[in-house]
Design a binder for this molecule. Structure first.
Ligand code: ZN
Length: 147
């Protein structure tokens, strides 16, 4: 048995997104404010008119913990749980995979580490977002004036 996230009317769009490989962020259609976690009303303007945007799927570690014990059902320890600041400006909890060295057991993550989302299909009803270290390739490194 593994832990399943809560799904309800407010978060269904998020899980519909992960199922098709999209990380969706709720957006107020009235004032365009982004928010996470999703909810029925906009905390900025109070509107109930909700939409969403598809995030780029990249962000920066705000803080993190390495969980080594006690055991977690359905998980192989250690696991890294981070708070990630998405480039769109919202913060969410992220499970980061492949972030602990097999040899030393040391976390290969720190505050400010860049992460990129991936998706772990659990079953027909559930696809979980997971995060990996976003290691820039040399060809992908561009200075602002090259953009
Ligand atoms: Zn609003």
């Amino acid at each position: 048995m593994s832990v399943r996230p809560m799904m309800n009317r407010d978060s269904q769009f998020f899980w519909d997104g992960t199922a098709v490989g999209e990380l969706r962020i709720q957006r107020c259609n009235a004032c365009e404010a982004l928010r996470f976690p999703p909810g029925p009303a906009c905390p900025d303007c109070g509107a109930f008119d909700r939409g969403h945007v598809v995030a780029a799927g990249t962000g920066t570690v705000f803080s993190y913990v390495v969980h080594r014990h006690p055991p977690v059902p359905g998980k192989e320890l250690p696991i890294v749980i981070a708070l990630v600041d998405l480039d769109e400006g919202v913060r969410m909890v992220a499970e980061v995979v492949d972030a602990v060295s097999d040899e030393t057991g040391d976390a290969e993550i720190e505050i400010g580490t860049r992460l990129r989302v991936d998706f772990n299909r659990v079953d027909d009803d559930l696809t979980l977002p997971i995060w990996r270290l976003d290691t820039p390739r040399p060809s992908a490194t561009r200075r602002p004036e090259d953009v």
